[in-house]
Design a protein around this ligand. Structure first.
Ligand code: ANZ
Ligand code: ZN
Length: 871
């Protein structure tokens, strides 16, 4: 059989069918084995899988197959994050229904995933766009309303004044509507919210317990939640101001800097601002401008700090007789703290930029410990720790101490009959606005009745199904435009009422799919006992781009499901792994156009690499290595790779080349290397089979030195590969397998020259190698397993046991005496327990022969010294 090339194109579909027919990866909820849940973030059905998916699912698949081999009941499901805007855009462009487009994409991508040979339980497949899924989401929304977890309030949306529609953030390009090109406005709309901010503290604290998450993800979540402890501080208006307001309340985290205050700034949306703007055209114009600028945190941070003086003044709270001017400033947000600040330019960069622009005083009040009283601030605010100065009763204190003293000082004073200062904890985390004015999402199950108010759809009337006959001719929410859908009778009083036409943010869909997988056909959202058995997900794998929102929302939603009785746990993901990206070189033609890798011919002469266009022959410039993206055309299509090299090669390369958390660069040379390795394994297995046929009598297992050396290599590899897979160090597992293969190839050469006892060890080694490969190159492994004449599927074979004696280098060799006569020896790990040594000795060929079926009278073992068998 050696000599034949391994043909993945023939073997891969064959084994995929065998696994399918055997239902190899279907997991039962009542399986008594220990459960293990491995999950990769489910894909959006965009149409085709990309290399990032291949990498992600290859990793999850290794874990799934490995844990199965370890005897676990593995849950490894797949589904589709199937709602969202691209389907509506496609509907507009192609005049198809979003559902048609989505379901076609799902079918295409499913076929692609199947061609990868993933060990997935497809019987649990779910798509979030199907009523069978979203009806349960609607039921939970109603439960959450009843539990007080949902609220309705005013919130800003992007409004396209030409298309007369709300735009999603990604539809606003450079401040303009993506279709109309009109300047987008901010509008207030009543919207649905999940009250996630109520859980800010809990979500923050519980991060400490997520020890199997990358530290960087936990840090990102902490920052997103953004806890800050500070003070609400009242500033008294100077009498005679042109307003009825008698005070302004600010939020500050730095009351220690109060002596350095030089102005007050209000948000453009502060009620006082609104009041003043009524009679101040300059201010009104400024507010309008701020609204055009948008509220995205990013834009605000980058934008120039600007403001308008209101004409008002407040009293300086600690400097007798001094006053501070009141501005309206673009960098003060209405929905944080109190929507007003005091500015201390010397110790806050935004305040400093502002002060320089409007010529306001910059008085330093914190100096570095080693600076003197002449310390000044130029263009950079001083934000480090230091010593308070220029600050009356705070002088000489450290920052932390000064914060406390200042807080106590203001707590004792009153303004407007209230304490001037009140300690307060603030969180940056906002409530989760889930309303979307879109068709292709989960309808919010609510009815608005003029008599009864806003009431949930009775559960018996669920699901609230999206209408099929929709038109996308008009911009905006097709659900709202539908002629009949929203007109219903009130379920309470029967009067004519109106359905809610907002649909849910698609992040809601992905906040509980992992729970639905545990009982995908249940007629309740979950079967709590089943969900509690499977969850939390033991290992979740996905892109770091989801480190904040998706993971935070899932953590919140799991808590909401707990509060409403759908699960019994708070944290959905025990282990989290974020994989790096797949990158590729970029190529550019002389005219400056990006050129896809398939059109580029690479030539290497020595150190020099050059590229030409395959068809035209024109020179191509080799550019930097970038994340694969359509815009730079540096993508490789998984289908083509699978067709050319096979899925195993693609999987192997994705796992082999870099640590999984780092980026991996896709290169032709790398894939070819992986493909050659596949053939090498196949040749080795063929050789081992031929040798076994050639020397059938020497195949027996024997334990001479040579054989033991090889066996040590084999057992160490089994041990290490298992450990590396458990630690998700796939590239190291791959490296171990390469080494093992080298050792086995060498050994096969030696055996061929001079058949020795080593042939048994070679045989064992090749079998183990195939088992180690099975999680990574499952098709090749099955083919080899079959060729070796092993029964059943390697996918069902238990992970090979490791002989601990072969892992330790400090072994001892004990002489074996039978009735006082030396009959052989045994090598075991130092300190091997007597019972273990005894059972090994009694199973040795030589001893079995001497005992001739009799049981020994006595076995005396002096640990690490000698074995005496008495018959
Ligand atoms: C005075 C001060 C002096 C401040 C100083 C900082 C440095 P974190 O830690 O993120 O909570 N702030 C308060 N409310 C704001 C709002 N609605 N929009 C924009 N900025 C706001 O930040 C709290 C600090 O951010 C507060 O402390 C306040 O400025 C500002 F040397 O007060 B500080
Ligand atoms: Zn009613």
């Amino acid at each position: 059989m050696s000599g034949e090339r391994y043909n993945p194109r023939e073997m891969e579909p064959k084994w995929q069918k065998v696994w399918d027919d055997a239902r190899s990866f279907v997991s039962a909820n009542d399986d008594p084995r220990e459960p293990y849940y491995v999950l990769e973030m489910f894909p959006y059905p965009s149409g085709r899988i990309h290399m990032g998916h291949v990498r992600n699912y290859s990793m999850g698949d290794v874990v799934a197959r490995y844990q199965r081999a370890r005897g676990k009941n593995v849950l490894h499901p797949m589904g589709w994050d199937a709602f969202g805007l691209p389907a509506e855009n496609a509907a507009i462009e192609r005049k198809t229904h979003p559902g048609t487009w989505t379901r076609q994409n799902i079918a295409a991508m499913k076929a692609q995933l199947k061609s990868m040979g993933l060990a997935i339980d497809w019987t649990r497949e779910i798509a979030t766009c199907e009523p069978e899924y979203y009806r349960h989401q609607q039921a939970m929304f109603i439960d959450m309303m009843a539990a007080g977890l949902v609220t309705r309030k005013q919130s800003k949306v992007n409004w396209d004044p030409v298309d007369m529609t709300v735009l999603a953030n990604e539809q606003v390009i450079d401040g303009r509507g993506w279709r109309s090109g009109a300047v987008v406005e901010q509008r207030e709309l009543t919207q649905w919210f999940f009250k996630i901010s109520d859980m800010a503290e809990e979500l923050l604290e519980a991060l400490d317990g997520l020890t199997d998450w990358p530290e960087k993800v936990r840090t990102m979540q902490r920052n997103w939640i953004g806890k800050s402890e500070g003070l609400r501080l009242l500033f008294e208006m100077v009498p005679g101001n042109a307003t009825a307001a008698t005070s302004v309340e600010v939020f500050t985290t730095r009351p220690d800097t109060i002596f350095g205050a030089s102005f007050i700034a209000l948000s453009p949306d502060h009620p006082l601002t609104t009041e003043l703007a009524a009679s101040n055209p300059e201010l009104a114009e400024f507010i309008a401008e701020c609204h055009r600028q948008g509220t995205a945190t990013e834009t605000l941070e980058k934008a120039e700090k600007r403001g308008v003086f209101t004409g008002l003044h407040v009293k300086h709270p600690v400097v007798e007789g001094a006053t501070l001017p009141v501005y309206v400033a673009n960098f003060v947000l209405m929905d944080y703290g109190t929507g007003a600040i005091f500015g201390c330019p010397a110790h806050d960069q935004r305040d400093l930029d502002f002060a320089r622009k409007y010529d306001l005083p910059v008085l330093p009040v914190v100096r570095p410990a080693d600076a003197d009283a002449g310390f000044a601030v130029a263009d950079e605010a001083f934000t480090d720790d230091g010593v308070i100065f220029n600050s009356g009763f705070l002088d000489g204190l450290g920052i932390a101490e000064a914060k406390k003293v200042a807080a106590a000082h203001f707590a004792d004073r009153t303004v407007d009959g209230k304490p001037q200062g009140k300690v307060e904890v603030n969180y940056r985390l906002r409530d989760w606005g889930v309303s979307r004015q879109r068709y292709w999402g989960c309808p919010i199950p609510v009815i608005h009745c003029e008599v009864c108010g806003t009431i949930p759809v009775p559960k018996k009337d669920l699901p609230v199904v999206l209408p099929e006959d929709v038109s996308f001719d008009k911009p905006g929410n097709a659900l709202d435009h539908h002629p009949t859908w929203k007109h219903v009778n009130c379920p309470q009083c029967g009067a004519s009422a109106r359905r809610e036409t907002d649909t849910m943010d698609t992040f809601v869909d992905s906040s509980w799919y992992f729970a639905r997988f545990t009982a995908p056909d249940a007629d309740t959202p979950t079967i709590p006992a089943v969900a509690n058995r499977w969850l939390p997900v033991d290992q979740y794998i996905g892109g770091v781009e989801h480190a904040i929102l998706h993971l935070l929302y899932s953590r919140y939603f799991t808590r909401a499901m707990k509060a409403t009785g759908h699960v019994g746990l708070s944290e959905p993901f025990k282990g989290l792994f974020t994989q790096g990206m797949v990158t590729h070189e970029t190529y550019k033609s002389p005219s400056g156009d990006w050129v896809p890798p398939t059109e580029v011919l690479l030539e290497t002469t020595g150190e020099l690499r050059r590229a030409r266009h395959i068809r035209s022959g024109e020179p191509i410039a080799i550019g930097s290595v970038e994340k694969m993206s359509k815009s730079k055309k540096n993508v490789v299509d998984p289908d083509e790779i699978v067709a050319t090299y096979g899925a195993d090669t693609a999987r192997w390369f994705m796992l082999s080349d870099s640590p999984p958390e780092r980026d991996v660069q896709w290169t032709e040379a790398g894939v070819e290397g992986a493909s050659r390795f596949q053939q090498r394994i196949w040749r080795l297995v063929g050789e081992a089979i031929d040798l076994a046929k050639q020397f059938p009598e020497t195949v027996r297992f024997s334990d001479d030195d040579e054989a033991r050396t090889l066996r040590k290599i084999v057992h160490r590899a089994v041990h290490n590969v298992g450990g590396d897979i458990e630690g998700l160090r796939f590239n190291r597992a791959v490296a171990q397998i390469y080494e093992l293969t080298n050792a086995l190839v060498r050994s096969a050469g030696l055996v061929a020259e001079a058949p020795t006892a080593r042939i048994g060890a070679l045989q064992e080694g090749v079998e183990r190698l195939v088992q180690l490969l099975a999680p990574m190159m499952p098709h090749l492994a099955e083919t080899c397993w079959e060729a070796l004449g092993k029964p059943g599927l390697v996918a069902d074979a238990p992970w090979p046991p490791v002989d601990p004696a072969l892992l330790v280098d400090n072994t001892v060799t004990l002489p074996i005496q039978v009735n006082g006569k030396r009959r052989g020896e045994i090598t075991v790990a130092k300190g091997t327990p007597a019972t273990e040594v005894e059972s090994q000795v009694l199973s040795m060929d030589e001893i079995v022969r001497i005992l001739n079926g009799q049981a020994p009278k006595k076995v005396v073992i002096v640990p690490d010294r000698i074995v005496n068998v008495v018959v």
